[in-house]
Every structure is written in C-alpha cells, then in structure tokens.
Design a protein around this ligand. Structure first.
Ligand code: ADP
Length: 284
C-alpha cells in the first residue's frame, strides 16, 4: 500500500518516517503512520466497499458536531489501488482518575443532543452487517422495523432461527409496544458502544471511535455498555447524575440488548443462541 500517496492527498508534505500495523480491530487492517510532524491512524479494507468507511466517517462527524465528546478528526476517506481507506487523527493518552467520570458526563451530554425524529438519514453498519436506518416518528416502530425485524430475517436466512425461537421472536415483536411505552426522546447515540470503542486522548479525556450512529432511546446505548462490560461504576454514576435513566429501565434493558445479541448470533453463530432465547422467553 502506498502510504505516501494517501498522505499527499491530504497535503501532508513531511516525510513518512514509519508505518506499523495496529492490532485490535475485528474487521479492518489498521496502521500507524508517523511523519516528521505527526501521527495518523489509517484503516484499510480490501473486502468492504467504500460505503463502509463513509458511514464511519459520517458518524464521527455527527458526534463531533454535538460538541459533547471528542472523536478522532477525519482527514479523508477514499480508495487507493482499489482499496478503500479511512485516514484519521491518531489518538493516544493515559487514563487518569477522571477519565471514566468524564466519559459518563460527556456521553450524557451527547445523549442530550436531540433530534425531532428517531433513526438516521443514512445507512450504517453493525460490525460487518449493513444496518438500514431512515427517519421515524415512533421509536418502537423504528426499533421493531429497522432493528429487530431485519436481524430476525437475516437469522432465518442464515439458519439461526429454529421454529420455536422464530415463533417466540415474532410474538415478542407484536408485544413490543407494551414493554417500550415510556416515550423516550431521540438522543444522539454512538450505536456500538462496547468497551473497545472508546479510547483515552492526550489529556486523559475520553474519545469515542468506530460509531454506528442513530438517534434513539439513550437506554439502548446504556443497555449495550452493560452487556459485555468494560465500563466502570464511576462512568455509570456520573452518567446517571447528568442524564438519569427512567423508571423501568431494568425491565427494558434485556429488550435493548436483544438487538446486539441477534446481530452477534448472525455474525458469530449459535454461541449467542442461549442468551437470545433467555430474553425472548421472558418477553414473548
Ligand atoms: P475495527 O473497525 O477493525 O474494529 P477499530 O476502529 O476498533 O477497528 O480499531 C482497531 C484498534 O486500533 C482499536 O482497538 C484501537 O486500539 C486502535 N485505534 C482505533 N482508532 C484509533 C485512533 N484514531 N488512533 C489510534 N489508535 C486507534
């Protein structure tokens, strides 16, 4: 890969001193590019279309425009030798005792960036899975039709929906209004906020990476942070203080985890089947 060519495209004229692979991502190849003046983070992907990086760059810009929390600056998305790439600011820093408290406060501020409708104006990705969006007046309708239903259909197609699971899932979809009738506001959400999707910046500040943005119930995001861990009590305390979760959250939480678990079932297979079944059996 011709890294110099990519740097030239953004007008970076100083010499490339070093390029080294960065590990840790699930999907893309990643690189650190060190020039005489600064470091860059480059992602490339030979298998996905450029839309994949357009969606990520668009999400980062949407979060940046909330002015609530830091994200890496996007220098450029493009293709080089037919390979899509995304070039952004390099993020590096050490956690302080305030980092996670700040993450809670700033995420709460981002979640208090409201839209008039639910969803998003363009499609995104959940991992490698395409995620359709569109604008909806009604949150439950968006969550049912754009989130749970497409994952159900994909799971049927991929052979992850034995008949009893499918029947219960269909029943759950019909009952959704009963459980999610708490009238949330359309908050700006990161959309894929597991522990690996936030980093620490230069001043010990939290930085969000790799979003799959939407405007939706903020509980949807918090429920996902709790699914795989990686978020401290300090984070939850400061979040709750700034933007409290409504009564009944604990009853809605499994329904919000369900989307992510279905997506994992579709991406990684039956090891997620039991967790899906436990939720479906409670709400069907
Ligand atoms: P993927 O889309 O393949 O999951 P990620 O965006 O999660 O890739 O990035 C892979 C790894 O690279 C992350 O785990 C993180 O450690 C590191 N990383 C991501 N973004 C940056 C950045 N802007 N600066 C420095 N390192 C980064």
């Amino acid at each position: 890969m011709n890294f110099e060519l990519i740097l030239n495209e953004i007008g970076e004229n100083s010499k490339l001193l070093q390029s080294s692979p960065v590990s840790g991502g699930d999907i893309n190849e990643a690189w650190m590019l060190q020039t005489e003046t600064r470091k860059y983070f480059l992602k490339t992907n030979r298998e996905e279309s450029i839309n994949f990086f357009h969606a990520e760059a668009d999400g980062l810009k949407e979060i940046a425009s909330s002015n609530a929390i830091a994200v890496p600056f996007v220098f450029k998305t493009g293709t080089i030798d037919c390979v899509p790439f995304l070039l952004m600011e390099w993020i590096e820093g050490r956690k302080t005792e305030h980092t996670e408290t700040e993450l809670g406060t700033k995420l709460a501020a981002m979640h208090q960036t409201f839209h008039t409708k639910f969803g998003y104006g363009s499609d995104t990705y959940m991992g490698k899975l395409p995620q359709k969006n569109g604008w909806h007046k009604n949150w439950v309708r968006y969550y049912r039709n754009e989130r749970l239903k497409p994952q159900l259909e994909l799971a049927i197609g991929r052979g992850h929906m034995p008949v009893p699971r499918r029947r219960s899932m269909e029943k759950l979809l019909m009952n959704l209004d009963r459980w999610l009738g708490h009238h949330p506001k359309p908050s700006l959400l990161h959309g894929d906020l597991w522990g690996g999707n936030w980093m620490t910046g230069e001043s010990g500040n939290p930085v969000l990476i790799d979003p799959s943005v939407l405007y939706g119930d903020h509980e949807f995001e918090i429920a996902f942070t709790e699914l795989f861990g990686g978020f401290s009590q300090a984070f939850y305390s400061s979040y709750q203080e700034a933007f409290p979760l409504s009564e009944g959250y604990e009853d809605r939480k499994p329904l919000y985890r369900l989307y992510y678990l279905l997506a994992h079932l579709n991406m990684f297979g039956e090891s997620y089947g039991r967790a899906v079944d436990q939720i479906i059996s409670r709400y069907a």
